[in-house]
Design a protein around this ligand. Structure first.
Ligand SMILES: [Zn+2]
Length: 218
């Protein structure tokens, strides 16, 4: 085989495109010709470097794609987390603003007892501009014997506007010792008939018998 033909065949040989017969002849030639041997070796190395480069490029591309993907994932995660945190803050905020109420401190409440004919009205007002009071009434023997005073932040709800001027509880007396009950019956008052007004740290007890005459403010 002639050197030029050998060199022409080398690229095909390295790609395994040459026939068995040709390979045989080329290997024969290489045994005798150091120059062609070196040439093949050089081509082989070039090819190896080229392939390595391609491989590296591919890897770079893949790495780049991975980076982009993980960046996107991080972005989505950040957005989702931010939305979640905002949502939680809004929930907690609106709970404390609109739903949360607490038993009022006695010092924050202005209590007024008013009498109009036979109707005694107990009114409770907060001393703070940004709050309002709600009363929870518990009845026993058909009259309110316990009042729990709750305080709430002032908001724009209907309750807030309704109770802005205070919350009231009324008692109707027939005379100073007789209470007209919710069910229409009459009750002769004894010393046992007491209204409990519950505040945060204290419970005020007012005998119903005293209520009729206690039309003073405190
Ligand atoms: Zn040769």
């Amino acid at each position: 085989m002639d050197h030029d033909v050998f060199k022409d065949l080398v690229p095909s040989y390295l790609e395994n495109l040459t026939s068995k017969e040709t390979n045989k002849q080329m290997e024969e030639h290489m045994k005798q010709c150091a120059d062609c041997r070196e040439y093949l070796k050089g081509m082989q190395e070039d090819l190896l470097i080229e392939r390595n480069d391609e491989h590296r490029k591919e890897k770079k591309n893949i790495d780049y794609l991975k980076k982009v993907r993980s960046k996107n994932r991080k972005k989505i995660f950040t957005v989702v987390m931010s939305l979640l945190i905002i949502f939680i803050i809004i929930c907690i905020g609106s709970y404390f603003l609109f739903a949360h109420m607490w038993i009022a401190d006695e010092n924050d409440v202005r209590t007024t007892i008013q009498r109009q004919d036979n109707i005694i009205t107990l009114s409770f007002q907060t001393k703070h501009d940004n709050r309002y009071l709600l009363t929870m009434e518990n009845s026993e023997n058909s009259y309110t014997n316990e009042i729990i005073i709750y305080e709430k932040w002032n908001d724009f709800s209907e309750a807030a506007s309704l109770f802005k001027d205070g919350s009231e509880v009324t008692y109707t007396f027939l005379d100073k010792n007789t209470l007209l009950l919710n069910n229409g019956e009459q009750r002769k008052l004894t010393d046992e008939d007491v209204v409990h007004i519950r505040y945060k740290d204290n419970t005020e007890k007012i005998p119903l018998k005293d209520l009729y005459n206690a039309t003073n403010n405190n």
